[in-house]
Design a binder for this molecule. Structure first.
Ligand code: OAD
Length: 238
C-alpha cells in the first residue's frame, strides 16, 4: 500500500453499532420501527412535533449510557498519528451521536447535525442541549415558545459542511467510507466525487454497501475489528 497522509473518512451508523447505537436500514434498524416521513422530515415535524421530539429525546437520553468503541478510538488515534507526520485526517460523519468527539477526534464535520444541540426554528440560534425538547420550550435567544427543534438534518433539508467536505476530498490522497449503507445522498456520492478526482477509495463495512463496486479496496467485518486493523496499516506505511 502506498503511504496515504491526507485522508478523508466518511462514517455512518455502522461505526456506532457495536456501542449500542442503532443503525437505520438493518433488519432491526430504526427505519424498520419508525416511518422516517413522520419523525425525520420538516413535514413530519410540522404535523406532529410532539412525536418528533419524543423520537429524538429517547435517542438523546441514551447517549450518556453508551461509550466510544475500538473503531472510534482507532480513528482518533489515526488523526493524531497522521498529524504527527505532517498529514491530516478529515472525519465526516453522518452520525448525530457524540462518540467520535468523545473518542478524541478533532477535525470532525457532523454533516447530519448533532443530537446534543438544539436550534430555534424562528431565530436560528443553535446551542448545546442535553435536556428533552418539547413544544413548551422557550428559545433562550429570541424567547419564542414552541419553535425549538433538534439540531439534526432531516430528509429534504441540506446537509451541513458540503463545501468543506468536497474541498477536503479534492485535497485527499485517500477516501474511506466506514459503516454506511451508501443509501443517502449526498454522502453516498462522495465516493464518486473522490474517484472522479482520481482519489482511491476504501470501504470498511459489515457487508458490501450499495456503492461497493466504486471502491478500489474493501474490508468486510465489524467496524471494531476492521477499522483498527486498517488504521494500523496506514500508520505503519507512513
Ligand atoms: P444505515 O443503517 O443505512 O447503514 C448502516 C451500515 O452499517 C450498513 O451497511 C451495515 O451493513 C453496516 N453495519 C452494521 N453494523 C456494523 C458494524 N458493526 N460494523 C461495520 N458496519 C456495520 O445507516 P447510515 O448509512 O448511517 O440520516 O445511514 C445514513 C443516513 O440515513 C443517516 O445519517 C440517517 C439515515 O436516515 C438521517 O436521519 C437524515
Amino acid at each position: 500500500m502506498s503511504a496515504a497522509k491526507n485522508i478523508v473518512i466518511l462514517t455512518g451508523s455502522g461505526v456506532s453499532a457495536e456501542s449500542g447505537v442503532g443503525t437505520f436500514r438493518d433488519k432491526d434498524g430504526i427505519w424498520a420501527r419508525y416511518d422516517y416521513r413522520e419523525v425525520a422530515t420538516p413535514e413530519g415535524f410540522a404535523k406532529n412535533p410532539a412525536l418528533v421530539h419524543s423520537f429524538y429525546n429517547e435517542r438523546r437520553r441514551r447517549l450518556p449510557g453508551v461509550s466510544p468503541n475500538a473503531a472510534h478510538v482507532a480513528l482518533a488515534e489515526l488523526e493524531a498519528g497522521l498529524a504527527a507526520k505532517g498529514g491530516r485526517l478529515t472525519l465526516i460523519t453522518q452520525n448525530v451521536d457524540d462518540l467520535h468527539e468523545r473518542a478524541g477526534s478533532k477535525n470532525l464535520l457532523h454533516m447530519h447535525g448533532e443530537l446534543l444541540k438544539a436550534q430555534c426554528g424562528v431565530c436560528g440560534d443553535v446551542r448545546d442541549w442535553r435536556e428533552d425538547l418539547s413544544t413548551d420550550i422557550v428559545c433562550p435567544a429570541c424567547e419564542r415558545t414552541g419553535a425549538m427543534r433538534p439540531y439534526v438534518v432531516w430528509f429534504g433539508e441540506m446537509p451541513r459542511f458540503l463545501e468543506e467536505s468536497v474541498a477536503a476530498i479534492a485535497r485527499a490522497d485517500l477516501f474511506v467510507s466506514i459503516g454506511t449503507s451508501g443509501a443517502v445522498y449526498p454522502a453516498a456520492g462522495f465516493v464518486s466525487e473522490a474517484r472522479g478526482l482520481g482519489v482511491p477509495a476504501t470501504e470498511l463495512n459489515l457487508e458490501p454497501s450499495a456503492n461497493a463496486l466504486l471502491f478500489t479496496d474493501s474490508r468486510y467485518g465489524p467496524a471494531t475489528e476492521v477499522a483498527p486493523a486498517w488504521a494500523r496499516e496506514i500508520l505503519a506505511a507512513l
